[in-house]
Design a protein around this ligand. Structure first.
Ligand code: C2E
Ligand code: CA
Ligand code: CA
Length: 781
């Protein structure tokens, strides 16, 4: 609660109370009249009790009981004074009297109240032991200086009991305060104020007791301690934090250097008293001093033993933790195999000892992602555990297996004398990994690709693992489920791939790309119907780079999207220009990577390219591989839009084994390009089947990669519509296209002139094939 003092800051009631009451207490020292003085004194005490009640009323703590006990205790102390004054009105009060009953009851109420308020001090055994030492020390002082001397004066058992009760109460209060101070609890201000009040109170009590023993009680300044105690008690209850709990700290009481010094000093009280006995005129009984000093000694020993024990526990815990951390740093938790770091350490040691006898196998599971996707991660993890067990079992003595992460494992072979030994081990490992694996009732058939690196002079653990990794990539590229040996060439390839990937980012702004064009001819007439646009990269230092080498890198880096946009624009612009050169329309075919088709801007990119060139959309063919239409539903929306404008859709590399016309069925496709490998292999059955299927669907069929007249003849027989290949024309730079078109015109026009029904139809192409035909025109690759 606050009182506003003028325009200044808000002043708290408790502070106002404390300051004004302290001032009044000091003023009280000047009151000379004895009756007035004792009335004022009791007035103070009672107002303190009233302040507590006011504080409780204002702040409404959840548990007011302890504070009510405190107020009652203070009231009882004041009542004791009144009784004392009454009984002593003619100076004949006895001891003990009813006043003592009231005093002791007051002390008891205060002690219980404070016990309850301080209850949650905590601090553990340490705080208790420290408190005990100090209380015993205090007891020793009180015993020697106050209790023992005053016992001489008591005449009866009741007198002795009551006389002992006061110092006992003081010791209890002392114990309560010390316990609070010894603990490391977080105390609200009201609790601290209570502790301060107790401090003043106890100090006055002790001084009073000493003075009583010496028969020199004078009141005055001594009363100030009690009065300030009362003032503080009131302030504690008026403070807004009244009733806030003590927040116990989890940390046990710390034995600070200062506290240790205090404990030592307390332990020295006994010897000091004995010494004082020799030099001063204090009577000290050796027996209680010895007993209480002994008790303190034991308490301190127990306290220190607890600390030593705690320290030991801490050390053990720490070394346990360090061990766990060390293990975790080098071990994979799933398979309990060494992890990448642990494995690298092992390889490094092995290579350092015997570089030529060390080999590393880098093992990567094939298509493990699909296991995870199809069966869930729990199954995936189980498969990894099964495989780790199989790998462990396949090891020879001295070899080691580690899990490098994900679906990557590695084996370290020591004493591996030859390439043959390593490849043999790899073969056995492939066999060990494969084979049906049943986990959670599901059968998976794991296979792996393995890269092998053999130690060389100067190899390190890192270089061996890296080399084996590169070889593993080669094994994947060569068709998976196999092993491949590292060679220096692989390393150079990897470096080249790195350079290519890096330089791809600037290929457009540095204008290093060119489009080449390869003619596509109608099989019956030999007439050029269009050109396929094929990318060429003229790299300033690496020279001409074929698309086979950089397209997949551009796909994985995303560079294919802007590059593909450029290709579309260029191809459309050139195609638009060709139309003036020819009587019949000349189309252009542009390859579209799956990544491009999946990119969000593809439809807009095509539109922009067509519009910028002013090209009839019907002259643009987009060549897609089947991978691009893997998700036909997704592809169909885009393709339908494009088809709606008239753009033609062609399926490239058709017939490679994964082909499925069902996938193509739902899509707006007009054309199939029979894969070059079929023609190369002479797989006519397959080629014929593709042609039949295509014809049934009403598709135009193009055979690409025609290199020999025999192949051309075969394609004619199975009924292809159009052909493309080195035999008919290599890809040429743009500048040569016009010449090709013109030449083709002259040839086909003259050749077509005598066309009648069937037989002559074959002739135009044969004519076109006469040297110097279309075979070596312009710059080619
Ligand atoms: P593709 O679409 O199957 O292109 C045909 C490839 O076969 C071309 O290789 C071409 O030069 C080659 N070729 C043509 N006739 C013959 C022949 O008679 N015998 C042999 N052995 N080869 C022949 P190129 O230009 O190296 O292109 C390779 C692949 O790169 C293309 O395969 C295509 O998938 C991709 N590609 C080329 N240009 C682009 C492009 O602009 N964008 C995208 N996304 N991919 C492209
Ligand atoms: Ca193509
Ligand atoms: Ca192709």
């Amino acid at each position: 609660m606050s009182v506003t003092a003028g325009p200044g800051p808000r002043v708290s009631l408790w502070a106002v109370w404390l300051v004004s009451w302290s001032a009044l207490a000091v003023a009280y020292l000047w009151v000379q009249d004895v009756d007035l003085s004792s009335a004022l004194y009791d007035g103070f005490a009672l107002s303190s009790a009233a302040a507590i009640l006011l504080g409780l009323y204002r702040h409404r703590p959840a548990k007011p009981a302890p504070w009510l006990l405190l107020a009652a205790g203070i009231a009882l102390l004041a009542a004791g004074d009144v009784v004392y004054t009454w009984l002593d009105r003619d100076g004949t009060i006895g001891f003990p009297s009813w006043a003592d009953a009231s005093y002791l009851a007051g002390y008891a109420a205060i002690a219980v109240g404070i016990f309850l308020i301080f209850r949650r001090s905590g601090g553990g055994r340490g705080a208790l032991l420290d408190t005990a030492v100090f209380v015993v020390g205090g007891g020793l002082v009180l015993w020697s200086l106050v209790i023992a001397p005053s016992l001489d004066a008591v005449a009866s058992v009741e007198m002795m009991g009551v006389a002992l009760a006061y110092p006992a109460m003081d010791l209890v209060l002392l114990a309560l305060v010390l316990r609070l101070l010894m603990s490391s609890a977080e105390r609200p201000p009201s609790v601290n104020i209570i502790a301060a009040a107790l401090g003043f109170f106890l100090a006055s009590d002790v001084v009073y007791a000493l003075q009583s023993v010496a028969g020199s009680y004078t009141g005055g300044i001594l009363d100030l301690g009690w009065l300030l105690g009362y003032a503080l008690w009131g302030a504690a209850a008026l403070h807004p934090s009244v009733g806030n709990p003590i927040r116990q700290s989890a940390v046990p009481a710390v034995l600070t250097r200062r506290r240790l010094a205090l404990l030592a000093a307390t332990a020295a009280i006994g010897p000091a008293l004995i010494a004082a006995h020799e030099t001063l005129v204090i009577r000290v009984d050796p027996m209680p001093v010895a007993v209480l000093s002994g008790v303190m000694f034991v308490l301190i020993v127990v306290r220190l033993a607890g600390i030593v024990h705690g320290q030991q526990l801490l050390l053990e815990e720490r070394s346990r933790l360090q061990n766990t951390l060390r293990r975790q740093a080098v071990e994979d938790p799933l398979t309990e195999l060494p992890n990448r770091r642990g494995f690298l350490e092992a390889v490094s040691t092995a290579v350092a000892l015997d570089p030529l006898g060390t080999a590393v196998l880098f093992i990567d599971l094939d298509d493990f992602k699909s296991v995870n996707d199809a069966h869930g991660h729990a199954t995936g993890d189980a498969v990894l555990r099964v495989i780790s067990r199989r790998l462990r079992r396949s090891l020879r003595e001295g070899d080691e297996v580690g899990r490098l992460g994900g679906d990557e494992f590695a084996v370290l072979l020591r004493d591996c004398p030859s390439e043959l030994a390593a490849t043999g081990f790899a073969r056995r490992t492939l066999a060990a990994i494969g084979g049906p694996t049943v986990v959670f009732g599901q059968t998976v058939q794991p296979t792996a690709s393995i890269g092998i690196a053999l130690g060389t002079e100067g190899a390190t653990g890192t270089s061996l693992v890296r080399d084996a990794d590169l070889a593993m990539y080669r094994a994947k590229a060569l068709g998976k489920s196999r092993s491949e040996l590292f060679s220096q060439g692989l390393y150079e390839d990897a470096l080249r791939a790195l350079a290519i990937r890096r330089d791809l980012a600037r290929v457009l702004e540095e204008d290093q790309l060119r489009l080449f064009f390869q003619p596509i001819l109608a099989l019956e007439t030999g007439e050029i119907q269009g050109f396929e646009a094929l990318l060429r990269w003229f790299h300033p230092t690496l020279g001409l780079i074929a698309p086979m080498e950089f397209i997949s890198l551009a796909e994985s880096s995303g560079a294919i999207v802007p590059i593909g946009r450029w290709v579309l624009r260029e191809a459309c612009a050139h195609a638009a220009a060709w139309q003036a050169l020819s009587r019949s329309p000349i189309g252009v075919s542009v390859n579209l990577s799956p990544v491009q088709l999946a990119a969000p801007g593809i439809v807009a990119d095509v539109r922009t390219a067509l519009d910028a060139a002013g090209l009839d959309p019907r002259l643009l063919t987009l060549e897609l591989t089947e991978v691009a239409i893997d998700d036909p539903e997704f592809a169909s929306e885009r393709l339908n839009t494009l088809r709606g404008w008239g753009v033609r859709i062609s399926i490239d590399d058709f017939g490679t084994g994964f082909s499925s016309l069902s996938r193509v069925g739902g899509l707006p496709v007009q054309e199939l390009k029979i894969d070059r490998s079929l023609i190369e292999r002479g797989d006519e059955k397959m080629a014929a089947a593709v042609v039949q299927l295509g014809q049934a669907l009403g598709l135009r069929l193009i055979a690409e990669g025609i290199e020999t007249p025999a192949q051309l003849e075969r394609m004619r027989e199975i009924g292809c519509d159009a052909v493309q290949g080195f035999l008919l024309g290599k890809p040429v730079e743009e500048a040569s296209v016009a010449g090709l078109i013109r030449e083709n015109h002259e040839r086909t026009v003259s050749a077509a002139a005598p066309v009648t029904r069937r037989a002559p139809r074959r002739r135009p192409l044969s004519v076109a094939l006469q040297p110097p035909g279309l075979r070596t025109v312009g710059r080619s690759d």
